[in-house]
Design a protein around this ligand. Structure first.
Ligand code: OGA
Ligand code: MN
Length: 296
Protein backbone atom coordinates (compact mmCIF):
# COMPACT_ATOMS: atom_id res chain seq x y z
CA UNK A 1 0.00 0.00 0.00
CA UNK A 2 1.35 3.43 -0.89
CA UNK A 3 1.85 6.19 1.67
CA UNK A 4 -0.95 8.75 1.35
CA UNK A 5 -1.35 12.17 2.98
CA UNK A 6 -4.55 13.84 4.10
CA UNK A 7 -3.56 17.41 5.01
CA UNK A 8 -5.26 18.82 8.13
CA UNK A 9 -4.48 22.41 7.08
CA UNK A 10 -2.95 24.15 4.06
CA UNK A 11 0.66 23.77 5.25
CA UNK A 12 0.54 22.43 8.83
CA UNK A 13 -0.26 18.93 10.11
CA UNK A 14 -1.23 15.99 7.94
CA UNK A 15 -2.60 12.52 8.49
CA UNK A 16 -0.50 9.76 6.97
CA UNK A 17 -1.98 6.42 5.92
CA UNK A 18 -0.80 3.36 4.02
CA UNK A 19 2.14 2.55 6.27
CA UNK A 20 2.67 0.12 9.14
CA UNK A 21 5.29 1.65 11.43
CA UNK A 22 6.02 -1.70 13.08
CA UNK A 23 7.52 -3.03 9.82
CA UNK A 24 11.10 -2.26 8.73
CA UNK A 25 11.08 0.93 6.65
CA UNK A 26 12.73 1.20 3.23
CA UNK A 27 14.75 4.27 2.24
CA UNK A 28 12.06 5.55 -0.13
CA UNK A 29 9.50 5.57 2.69
CA UNK A 30 11.92 7.40 4.99
CA UNK A 31 12.39 10.05 2.27
CA UNK A 32 8.64 10.34 1.72
CA UNK A 33 8.09 10.88 5.44
CA UNK A 34 10.92 13.46 5.65
CA UNK A 35 9.33 15.36 2.74
CA UNK A 36 6.01 15.33 4.59
CA UNK A 37 7.70 16.50 7.81
CA UNK A 38 9.45 19.34 5.98
CA UNK A 39 6.17 20.46 4.48
CA UNK A 40 3.67 19.85 7.30
CA UNK A 41 5.85 19.69 10.48
CA UNK A 42 3.30 17.41 12.23
CA UNK A 43 2.39 13.91 11.00
CA UNK A 44 -0.52 11.90 12.44
CA UNK A 45 -0.74 8.12 12.03
CA UNK A 46 -3.70 6.06 13.27
CA UNK A 47 -4.16 2.41 14.27
CA UNK A 48 -0.50 1.63 14.86
CA UNK A 49 0.45 -0.98 17.39
CA UNK A 50 4.08 -0.69 18.37
CA UNK A 51 6.18 -2.30 21.06
CA UNK A 52 8.76 0.05 22.57
CA UNK A 53 11.42 -1.79 20.55
CA UNK A 54 9.48 -1.18 17.32
CA UNK A 55 8.99 2.50 18.17
CA UNK A 56 12.72 2.83 18.88
CA UNK A 57 13.70 1.06 15.67
CA UNK A 58 11.30 3.14 13.58
CA UNK A 59 12.54 6.40 15.14
CA UNK A 60 16.19 5.42 14.69
CA UNK A 61 15.68 5.54 10.91
CA UNK A 62 15.43 9.34 11.30
CA UNK A 63 18.54 10.00 13.38
CA UNK A 64 20.39 9.18 16.57
CA UNK A 65 18.02 8.97 19.54
CA UNK A 66 17.94 11.07 22.68
CA UNK A 67 18.06 9.57 26.16
CA UNK A 68 15.92 12.05 28.05
CA UNK A 69 16.27 13.65 31.47
CA UNK A 70 13.79 11.19 33.02
CA UNK A 71 15.72 8.08 31.94
CA UNK A 72 19.04 9.63 33.01
CA UNK A 73 17.81 10.32 36.56
CA UNK A 74 18.49 6.71 37.53
CA UNK A 75 16.47 4.48 39.81
CA UNK A 76 13.98 1.86 38.76
CA UNK A 77 12.08 2.71 35.60
CA UNK A 78 8.75 1.55 34.16
CA UNK A 79 10.12 1.25 30.63
CA UNK A 80 13.13 -0.89 29.76
CA UNK A 81 14.56 1.03 26.80
CA UNK A 82 16.33 4.27 27.79
CA UNK A 83 15.65 5.82 24.35
CA UNK A 84 11.90 5.53 25.01
CA UNK A 85 10.64 8.42 27.10
CA UNK A 86 7.88 7.66 29.60
CA UNK A 87 5.18 10.26 28.95
CA UNK A 88 2.69 8.92 31.45
CA UNK A 89 1.23 9.49 34.90
CA UNK A 90 2.33 6.00 36.02
CA UNK A 91 5.10 4.90 38.37
CA UNK A 92 7.55 1.97 38.06
CA UNK A 93 4.77 -0.45 39.08
CA UNK A 94 2.19 0.99 36.67
CA UNK A 95 0.31 2.74 39.49
CA UNK A 96 -1.10 6.23 39.08
CA UNK A 97 1.35 8.70 40.58
CA UNK A 98 0.17 10.65 43.62
CA UNK A 99 -0.70 14.31 43.04
CA UNK A 100 2.42 15.40 44.93
CA UNK A 101 4.74 12.89 43.20
CA UNK A 102 7.94 14.71 42.18
CA UNK A 103 8.13 13.19 38.71
CA UNK A 104 4.48 13.96 38.02
CA UNK A 105 4.97 17.58 39.03
CA UNK A 106 8.10 17.85 36.87
CA UNK A 107 6.21 16.44 33.88
CA UNK A 108 3.46 19.05 34.30
CA UNK A 109 5.95 21.45 32.72
CA UNK A 110 4.78 19.84 29.45
CA UNK A 111 1.50 21.76 29.83
CA UNK A 112 3.36 24.98 28.97
CA UNK A 113 3.98 25.71 25.30
CA UNK A 114 7.47 24.42 24.59
CA UNK A 115 9.83 22.76 22.21
CA UNK A 116 11.58 19.73 23.66
CA UNK A 117 15.05 19.95 25.19
CA UNK A 118 15.81 23.48 24.00
CA UNK A 119 17.75 23.83 27.29
CA UNK A 120 20.36 21.44 25.83
CA UNK A 121 23.28 22.94 23.88
CA UNK A 122 22.41 20.69 20.92
CA UNK A 123 18.63 20.28 21.01
CA UNK A 124 16.40 17.68 19.41
CA UNK A 125 14.69 17.35 16.02
CA UNK A 126 11.76 14.92 15.83
CA UNK A 127 9.44 13.95 18.66
CA UNK A 128 7.40 10.78 18.12
CA UNK A 129 4.60 9.94 20.56
CA UNK A 130 2.69 6.66 20.56
CA UNK A 131 -0.55 6.40 22.55
CA UNK A 132 -0.86 3.19 24.60
CA UNK A 133 -3.57 4.11 27.16
CA UNK A 134 -5.74 7.20 27.45
CA UNK A 135 -8.03 8.73 30.06
CA UNK A 136 -11.68 9.38 29.21
CA UNK A 137 -12.60 12.98 28.40
CA UNK A 138 -13.63 15.08 31.40
CA UNK A 139 -14.70 18.65 32.01
CA UNK A 140 -11.02 19.46 32.58
CA UNK A 141 -10.06 18.17 29.15
CA UNK A 142 -9.12 14.88 27.56
CA UNK A 143 -5.34 15.14 27.54
CA UNK A 144 -5.08 16.49 24.02
CA UNK A 145 -1.69 17.56 22.70
CA UNK A 146 -1.62 20.87 20.86
CA UNK A 147 0.95 21.88 18.27
CA UNK A 148 1.69 25.39 16.98
CA UNK A 149 3.33 26.23 13.65
CA UNK A 150 6.33 28.49 14.30
CA UNK A 151 6.96 29.04 10.56
CA UNK A 152 3.48 30.45 9.97
CA UNK A 153 3.81 32.48 13.17
CA UNK A 154 7.11 33.95 11.94
CA UNK A 155 5.66 34.68 8.48
CA UNK A 156 2.76 36.56 10.07
CA UNK A 157 5.00 38.99 11.99
CA UNK A 158 5.35 42.54 10.66
CA UNK A 159 8.54 42.99 8.62
CA UNK A 160 9.85 45.52 11.16
CA UNK A 161 9.51 42.95 13.95
CA UNK A 162 11.28 40.28 11.87
CA UNK A 163 14.21 42.67 11.36
CA UNK A 164 14.27 43.45 15.09
CA UNK A 165 14.43 39.82 16.22
CA UNK A 166 16.26 37.95 13.42
CA UNK A 167 19.70 38.09 15.06
CA UNK A 168 18.65 37.68 18.71
CA UNK A 169 19.81 34.84 20.93
CA UNK A 170 17.78 33.50 23.86
CA UNK A 171 18.93 31.71 26.97
CA UNK A 172 16.99 28.46 27.59
CA UNK A 173 16.92 26.89 31.03
CA UNK A 174 14.95 23.90 32.38
CA UNK A 175 14.95 25.50 35.84
CA UNK A 176 13.24 28.58 34.46
CA UNK A 177 10.47 26.60 32.71
CA UNK A 178 9.81 24.44 35.76
CA UNK A 179 10.02 27.46 38.07
CA UNK A 180 7.07 28.96 36.20
CA UNK A 181 4.81 26.22 37.59
CA UNK A 182 6.43 26.38 41.01
CA UNK A 183 8.43 23.18 40.55
CA UNK A 184 11.86 23.23 42.20
CA UNK A 185 12.34 19.68 43.58
CA UNK A 186 15.13 18.66 41.25
CA UNK A 187 17.29 15.70 42.31
CA UNK A 188 20.70 16.58 43.76
CA UNK A 189 23.24 17.35 41.05
CA UNK A 190 20.68 18.08 38.33
CA UNK A 191 21.31 21.83 38.35
CA UNK A 192 24.96 21.24 37.54
CA UNK A 193 24.06 18.69 34.83
CA UNK A 194 21.77 21.07 32.93
CA UNK A 195 23.25 24.56 32.70
CA UNK A 196 21.35 27.06 30.49
CA UNK A 197 21.95 26.93 26.72
CA UNK A 198 21.92 29.66 24.11
CA UNK A 199 19.69 29.29 21.04
CA UNK A 200 18.92 31.52 18.10
CA UNK A 201 15.45 33.07 18.40
CA UNK A 202 14.91 32.80 14.65
CA UNK A 203 16.10 29.72 12.81
CA UNK A 204 16.08 28.66 9.21
CA UNK A 205 14.46 25.26 8.91
CA UNK A 206 16.92 23.26 6.81
CA UNK A 207 14.41 20.99 5.08
CA UNK A 208 11.99 23.69 3.94
CA UNK A 209 14.32 26.73 3.97
CA UNK A 210 11.55 28.56 5.84
CA UNK A 211 12.36 30.87 8.71
CA UNK A 212 10.87 29.87 12.02
CA UNK A 213 10.57 31.17 15.58
CA UNK A 214 12.43 29.06 18.10
CA UNK A 215 10.40 29.68 21.25
CA UNK A 216 9.89 27.51 24.30
CA UNK A 217 8.79 27.68 27.93
CA UNK A 218 12.48 27.01 28.61
CA UNK A 219 13.41 30.35 26.96
CA UNK A 220 14.16 32.67 29.83
CA UNK A 221 15.48 35.90 28.35
CA UNK A 222 17.44 37.48 25.50
CA UNK A 223 21.22 37.64 25.78
CA UNK A 224 22.58 41.18 25.93
CA UNK A 225 19.20 42.59 27.03
CA UNK A 226 17.96 43.27 30.53
CA UNK A 227 16.20 40.08 31.69
CA UNK A 228 12.83 41.83 32.03
CA UNK A 229 12.83 43.23 28.49
CA UNK A 230 13.79 39.87 27.02
CA UNK A 231 11.22 37.99 29.02
CA UNK A 232 8.48 40.38 27.95
CA UNK A 233 9.46 40.02 24.29
CA UNK A 234 9.39 36.22 24.62
CA UNK A 235 5.93 36.37 26.22
CA UNK A 236 4.63 38.63 23.44
CA UNK A 237 6.04 36.37 20.73
CA UNK A 238 4.64 33.25 22.42
CA UNK A 239 1.19 34.83 22.68
CA UNK A 240 1.39 35.72 18.99
CA UNK A 241 2.67 32.31 17.92
CA UNK A 242 0.07 30.28 19.80
CA UNK A 243 -3.03 31.99 18.43
CA UNK A 244 -5.60 29.45 17.31
CA UNK A 245 -4.93 29.94 13.59
CA UNK A 246 -1.45 28.49 14.12
CA UNK A 247 -2.58 25.55 16.26
CA UNK A 248 -3.49 21.94 15.53
CA UNK A 249 -5.03 20.15 18.53
CA UNK A 250 -4.58 16.39 18.53
CA UNK A 251 -7.28 14.35 20.22
CA UNK A 252 -5.65 11.02 20.95
CA UNK A 253 -6.88 7.53 20.16
CA UNK A 254 -5.04 4.45 21.33
CA UNK A 255 -2.71 3.42 18.50
CA UNK A 256 -2.03 6.95 17.27
CA UNK A 257 1.51 8.00 16.52
CA UNK A 258 2.23 11.70 16.14
CA UNK A 259 5.57 12.97 14.83
CA UNK A 260 6.48 16.63 15.16
CA UNK A 261 9.49 18.69 14.18
CA UNK A 262 10.75 20.46 17.31
CA UNK A 263 12.78 22.89 15.18
CA UNK A 264 9.69 24.65 13.85
CA UNK A 265 6.79 23.84 16.19
CA UNK A 266 5.86 24.25 19.84
CA UNK A 267 3.55 21.85 21.63
CA UNK A 268 1.82 21.44 24.98
CA UNK A 269 -0.23 18.81 26.76
CA UNK A 270 -3.71 19.65 28.00
CA UNK A 271 -5.32 18.72 31.32
CA UNK A 272 -7.03 15.39 31.91
CA UNK A 273 -8.38 13.19 34.69
CA UNK A 274 -5.28 12.56 36.81
CA UNK A 275 -6.86 9.52 38.45
CA UNK A 276 -6.98 7.60 35.15
CA UNK A 277 -3.94 6.17 33.32
CA UNK A 278 -2.54 8.18 30.43
CA UNK A 279 0.35 6.30 28.85
CA UNK A 280 2.27 7.63 25.88
CA UNK A 281 5.75 6.56 24.78
CA UNK A 282 8.14 8.98 23.11
CA UNK A 283 11.17 8.58 20.90
CA UNK A 284 13.16 11.69 20.03
CA UNK A 285 15.90 12.29 17.46
CA UNK A 286 18.93 14.47 18.13
CA UNK A 287 20.23 17.36 16.06
CA UNK A 288 23.86 17.53 14.94
CA UNK A 289 24.86 21.05 15.97
CA UNK A 290 23.98 24.10 18.00
CA UNK A 291 21.38 26.49 16.62
CA UNK A 292 24.02 29.21 17.04
CA UNK A 293 26.01 27.65 14.18
CA UNK A 294 22.96 27.67 11.92
CA UNK A 295 21.94 30.50 9.64
CA UNK A 296 18.70 32.41 10.22
C1 OGA B 1 6.14 15.51 25.10
C2 OGA B 1 5.05 16.40 25.54
C3 OGA B 1 2.66 16.52 25.89
C4 OGA B 1 1.55 15.57 26.16
O1 OGA B 1 5.94 14.28 25.10
O2 OGA B 1 7.21 16.01 24.73
O3 OGA B 1 5.27 17.57 25.72
O4 OGA B 1 0.42 15.85 25.75
N1 OGA B 1 3.86 15.81 25.69
O5 OGA B 1 1.81 14.55 26.81
MN1 MN C 1 7.32 18.05 25.00
Amino acid sequence: MAIALNALGPSFATEVSGIDLSEPLDDASVRTLWDAIDRYAVLVFHNQSLTDTQLRDFAARFGPLEIGRGALQGGRRRLAIPQIGDISNLDEDNRIRALDDRRRLDSLGNRLWHTDASYMPVPVVLGMLHAVALPPATALGGGETEFADMRAAYDALPESMKAEIDALVAEHDIFWSRGQIGFTQFPAGEREKYPPSLQRLVRMHPGSKRKTLYLSAHASHITGWPVADGRLLLWDLTAHATQRQFVYSHQWNVGDVVIWDNRCTMHRGRPHDEMKPRDLRRATTLDTGSTLEQAA
